[in-house]
Design a protein around this ligand. Structure first.
Ligand SMILES: *Cc1c(COP(=O)(O)O)cnc(C)c1O
Length: 463
């Protein structure tokens, strides 16, 4: 990149180093609605507010770092997915993206179902009143205890992930005198256009049963024979942070192909197909996610077309968005601490959190944006790397971004689109206290997950 691309020029570098950035945005004070939650706005005082409350007030009341969820936005996104898919389809929110009892209640009220993948997620869902028949239970290594609990609770479906699990679930259901509704998760051999570790439908990974080599057909054969199981459909999840529907198209084609084979071999038409989640969101202004109604239309048409050509009845479709619902609804608020300019490179801005509240940058090279939110600034942009306070040089929150060059310790900065896979993957590394999640709506803020305390840490330490 040449200097002429950004006439303002960064303060500490004559030549910009390698990185995933383009020119600094024309206006560093602007908030791109693509990456910020719906009610986030800059007020007349120059501060940013969410749900009508400015960030300085939020920081004083709840401390930093903290996650702030825009409840209005969450409900709107959940409703948009629900409405887009209508009555002939089900939307299961993927609880692993972020789950708390308040979230479960919001989902319940907005008519969504819920995916869980552990005993902990199941108990959170049940304790917040999600009806068991609207819960799907996932996972590649469910324990017998978890399976037993899920069946006893009466979950709507268990998604079978291996040959061993087919037998295990059938056995447990039968011993409880029940017949459990199940789907079989297959891998269709699609490589979603995403990071290797979050693409899940190619064959060389741990999830699902491959369609290849007739393995999925054999799994169906076995499941249909077992009395403890009611096989209701086939499940496919091809990955995460996906922007185009071509991967889903191939997946739907292959899953419907399996449904057709099942009909031909067994004379049964399975009534359901689940296409998983994985729809992308905007982490930076460069990302262009599609709207739920466009996705719903595309996926429904694809399945319809495939079923028509296979002469199958249209199955009930379900989808499992996690990130696409909760991701854009929250931001993480940090206080700026040490600022360290490295001449010729960039300026390192340390914040009071880091990889303990957002591991995604270290884990997947995820990209994020960042903004100064406690005030506006007319200073020139400087190239920064926002880092945490942990003992790892990989403790990076935002790898490459621009912030105003008059940034100072005590300023508040916020990283948008941290609703998914941030609090849910948070750790106590360096005995960090995991930040609270605060829901903000129409001028009111309330803690939905409180900040951890040192007493919480010491309570577990019984040595
Ligand atoms: C992770 C996961 C999802 C949700 O993925 P997102 O990228 O958050 O939409 C849905 N279904 C299954 C089976 C998953 O493992």
């Amino acid at each position: 990149m040449s200097r002429s691309a950004h006439p303002a020029g960064p303060r500490h570098a004559d030549v910009l180093p390698e990185g995933h950035y383009t020119a600094p945005p024309a206006d560093l004070n602007a908030l791109d609605p693509k990456v910020w939650a719906q009610t986030v706005t800059r007020t007349d005082t120059g501060e940013v507010s969410v749900g009508g409350i400015d960030v300085t007030t939020l920081a004083e009341e709840f401390g930093t770092p903290a996650y702030f969820v825009d409840e209005t936005d969450f409900r709107a996104r959940a409703r948009a997915w629900r409405t887009a898919f209508g009555h002939d389809a089900d939307v299961f929110y993927a609880g692993k993206a972020f789950l708390s009892r308040a979230i479960v209640r919001w989902l319940h009220e907005e008519g969504l179902n819920l995916d869980v993948c552990s005993g902990g997620e199941l108990s959170t869902a049940l304790s917040a009143g999600m009806p068991a028949d609207r819960i799907a239970f996932h996972g590649n290594n469910k324990s017998t205890g978890e399976i037993q609990r899920a069946i006893e609770a009466g979950v709507g479906r268990i998604v079978l992930d291996s040959f061993q699990e087919i037998v295990r679930v059938a056995h447990i259901a039968q011993s409880l005198g029940k017949r459990q509704r199940v789907q079989i998760r297959v891998t269709v051999g699609v490589e979603a256009h995403t990071h290797e570790f979050i693409a899940t439908a190619h064959e060389d990974q741990k999830f699902g049963i491959p369609l290849a080599g007739g393995q999925a057909a054999e799994a169906v054969r076995r499941a249909l024979q077992l009395e403890g199981l009611e096989l209701i459909g086939i499940h496919s999840h091809i990955g995460s942070q996906i922007f185009d529907t071509s991967g889903f198209e191939v997946a739907a084609h292959r899953v419907v192909g399996l449904l057709k084979d099942i009909r031909d071999e067994h004379g049964v038409e399975l009534p359901e197909i689940d296409l998983g989640g994985g729809l992308g969101i905007a982490y930076t202004s460069d990302d262009d996610p599609r709207e739920p109604h466009e996705i719903a239309k595309a996926l429904t048409e694809i399945v319809q077309r495939e079923c028509e050509s296979a002469k199958l009845r249209m199955p009930r479709i379900s989808v499992e968005p996690g990130r696409a619902i909760v991701g854009p609804t929250a931001f993480t608020l940090y206080e700026v601490g040490t600022i360290k300019p490295l001449d010729g490179l960039r300026t390192y801005v340390s914040v009071d959190g880091g990889m303990s509240d957002n591991i995604r940058t270290a884990l997947y090279d995820a990209e994020y944006s960042v903004a100064l939110v406690s005030r506006t600034s007319d200073a020139q942009p400087m190239l920064v790397r926002v880092v945490g306070k942990h003992c790892e040089s990989g403790d990076i929150v935002v790898k490459d971004a621009f912030l105003p060059s008059d940034l100072a310790p005590g300023d508040l900065i916020a990283v948008p689109a941290t609703g998914a896979y941030c609090r849910s993957m948070a750790s106590n590394y360096n005995h960090a206290l995991r930040p609270p999640v605060v829901a903000v709506r129409e001028g009111e803020a309330r803690v939905i997950v409180r900040r951890e305390t040192e007493e919480d840490l010491l309570r577990l330490d019984v040595g």
